[in-house]
Structure formats: structure tokens, C-alpha cells
Design a binder for this molecule. Structure first.
Ligand code: BGC
Length: 371
């Protein structure tokens, strides 16, 4: 254990935090006028801007498909685009959507500054706004639709505790691979898993290891960060709290080089095909399934009402920690997934069995009773 301690001293510290900015009102005041700077006649669209296609399967596959289905069902015209991880492009897409007269703009911000800039422009043009999945700090969107992200983090922390107990790990050294420091969700996930893990550090049953954020959730950078953690601790890490499946996979790839995959439990999030396959292979201990269909439908329901000039009422509200303003919110509950309940994700139609159980995973699906 001494060696673990010594290794830890050398390890870098986490940086987490939002971007401070000036205050704002709560941005409410839905109405039926508008349609953008051209003065709408009601013929506008709903604009959706997704963040990237590399940090999670969801943004390139699940969200666009499920959002489109929800808007198609209501026959409401949709313009859905992806900023490909580029903040300038994010703003550019928003500018052109606003200029084309969208009535509602739904965004997943890439960082608070560009996210707020877009929300401000939308507001100035009379366009209603929805923060989709990520709260834009100090942004003052009209609505926010997401999951209970602290609960997501708690499931990850509890999942890791269970996996370490299953492995009968004694005084395990735990490393944290956090999401992007500019994503408020990453902050909330961390609040969730830290509450679970801190208790173990406090009672002396776990040891705190390296704890670092991964810029922009970049999976490649996560591999570099984890390789450093692994080296700096003298390859002593016993468990990895990875904030999503992509970061988890990056850690697994590093562990594989030392044949420690499957020995060192790694968490995840998003129930991606890759994450589920890593679970089947025994390399990842759990993931968090977020029913994106429900998230897309809840957001679409609000957007459609706003589009029709209604002012939808929602029960929840979330306090923006930067501005102190309350944002009308819908937050959905997440579900923990491990080897025993992968079925759930397939039965829901979120992933197809043939995708998860392809190739060498067919036998593992069979073994785990996945029908
Ligand atoms: C989302 C996660 C996703 C991550 C990286 C977060 O804001 O809530 O589902 O894995 O961003 O894209």
C-alpha cells in the first residue's frame, strides 16, 4: 500500500468548474408571436443543434433518430444539425437557423460561452429555446430537458463499489476519468459518484487515486490521460470511474496492454453498443442507460407546443448555479445496466440485438441469456 500512496502524490489534480459570466434573467415569457427576424407567419421550423459525433454514439445515431421520429409524428418541420465538436460551427448553424426563421431552437451546448451566445441571439430574435440534455450555465433557456444527472453519477459510483466488492478488492485505489470540465453534466455526474466514493475514502475502505477531467469528452485524450494515471501509480489502479462508455473504453484499451482488462473494473454511461459489448466481454463492469427516446419525446413535446404558440407548463425546475435563476425542467430517471440486465436495453429497442451480439459477441450473448 505504501507504494500506492507514493504513486498518488505524483498524480495531477482534477480541474472542474464552470465559466463565470454575468447574470441574466430567467428567459421566460413564451408567446405566440415571432418566427424570427423575418417576422414569422407560422411557417418556421424547429431547429435542433447536436454537439458532435465522436464523444458518444448517441449524438450521431440515437438522438437524431428519436427526435426526428417525435417531430414527424406531430408533423412539425424540423431542421436538425450537428456542430461536429466545433464551437464556431455551432454558432454559425444557430445564426443560419435563426435567420431562416426557426420558431424554437433546441441546443446541446459545447461550452457555456458559445451556448449562451446562441441563446442570447435566439432570445433577441423572439425564438423560444430549450437546453437539451446539457444545461447552458447562465444561458437562461426557456426550458431544460435532461436526466437526473446526479443520480447518473450515483449509479456509476454504486456500480463501481459493487464491482470491486465482487472482485473482493482490498483497499482499492480508485481513479476518476471525468467528463468535460465545460459540460455541466460532467460536474453533476461527479457530484453523484463522489458522494458514493467519498464515504469509502472517509471510512478508509477505499483509496483515492488520480482524478482528472477529459477536455471535451475527447476519447483519444482519455486514453492518454489514463495511460499517464496508470504509469504514475505504478499500474496500481484497482477501479476506474469513467464518466461514459467512450472514456471507459479508452481506459480498457490501456488496461488491455497489461492484460488487466476484466481485472480492473471500469464504469461507463450511455449503454452504447461498444459499452454493452465491453460489459459482455467482462472488461466493463456497468453502464448507465438513459432512455433517450423519453428525453427526445419530452423535449419534442415542449418544442411542438412552443412552436404552436402555447406556453407549456412543466412541474420541475432546476437552479442555474451561475445565474441563480430557475429553469423550467423535465428530468428523467436513469437505469444501471450490468451483465444481468442488458436485455432491458435491447427490449426497449434502444439497441438492436443483432448489433450487440454481432460476431464474437454472439456466444457471449447466448451465455448471458440475451434473447
Ligand atoms: C451526456 C452524455 C454523453 C456526454 C458526452 C453528456 O453531456 O449527458 O450522455 O456521454 O455528454 O457526449
Amino acid at each position: 500500500m505504501r507504494t500506492k500512496m507514493a504513486a498518488l502524490v505524483a498524480v495531477g489534480l482534477l480541474t472542474l468548474g464552470g465559466t463565470a459570466a454575468c447574470t441574466d434573467d430567467d428567459g421566460d415569457g413564451a408567446g405566440s408571436s415571432g418566427g424570427g427576424p423575418r417576422g414569422g407567419t407560422g411557417s418556421g421550423k424547429v431547429g435542433v443543434i447536436l454537439p458532435d459525433t465522436t464523444t458518444s454514439q448517441r449524438w450521431g445515431t440515437d438522438d437524431p433518430k428519436l427526435l426526428k421520429a417525435a417531430f414527424d409524428a406531430a408533423d412539425v418541420p424540423l431542421d436538425i444539425q450537428n456542430a461536429q465538436g466545433d464551437k464556431a460551427k455551432f454558432v454559425q448553424i444557430a445564426d443560419s437557423m435563426i435567420a431562416s426563421g426557426v420558431k424554437v431552437l433546441m441546443t446541446v451546448n459545447l461550452d457555456p460561452a458559445s451556448g449562451k451566445a446562441v441563446l442570447d441571439k435566439a432570445k433577441a430574435a423572439g425564438v423560444k429555446t430549450i437546453d437539451y440534455d446539457r444545461l447552458t450555465l447562465n444561458g437562461g433557456a426557456n426550458y431544460y430537458v435532461s436526466f437526473d444527472n446526479v443520480a447518473v453519477g450515483k449509479l456509476q459510483g454504486e456500480g463501481l463499489v459493487k464491482c470491486l466488492a465482487d472482485k473482493k478488492a482490498k483497499l482499492p485505489l480508485v481513479a476518476d476519468l471525468n467528463g468535460s470540465p465545460t459540460d455541466n453534466n460532467a460536474t453533476l455526474f461527479k457530484v453523484g459518484y463522489d458522494t458514493v466514493l467519498q464515504q469509502r475514502y472517509d471510512d478508509g475502505s477505499f483509496m483515492k487515486g488520480p482524478d482528472q477531467s477529459v477536455t471535451d469528452w475527447n476519447n483519444k485524450e482519455a486514453g492518454v490521460v489514463f495511460a499517464e494515471m496508470w504509469q504514475q501509480t505504478g499500474k496500481q489502479i484497482d477501479g476506474v470511474l469513467a464518466a461514459n462508455d467512450g472514456l471507459g473504453n479508452a481506459a480498457i484499451e490501456v488496461l488491455k496492454k497489461d492484460k488487466k482488462n476484466g481485472i480492473v473494473p471500469v464504469t461507463g454511461q450511455d449503454a452504447t453498443i461498444q459499452g454493452l459489448q465491453n460489459i459482455l466481454a467482462g472488461d466493463q463492469c456497468m453502464t448507465v442507460y438513459k432512455e433517450i427516446k423519453k428525453e427526445a419525446e419530452a423535449a419534442a413535446d415542449l418544442a411542438i407546443k412552443l412552436y404552436k404558440g402555447e406556453k407549456p407548463a412543466v412541474k420541475g425546475q432546476v437552479k442555474d448555479p451561475e445565474s441563480g435563476a430557475y429553469v423550467a425542467s423535465v428530468l428523467l430517471p436513469p437505469t444501471a445496466i450490468d451483465k444481468t440486465n442488458i436485455d432491458r436495453v435491447i427490449k426497449d429497442g434502444f439497441v438492436e440485438k443483432k448489433a450487440v451480439c454481432a460476431g464474437r459477441f454472439a456466444a457471449l450473448c447466448e451465455e448471458n441469456g440475451i434473447k
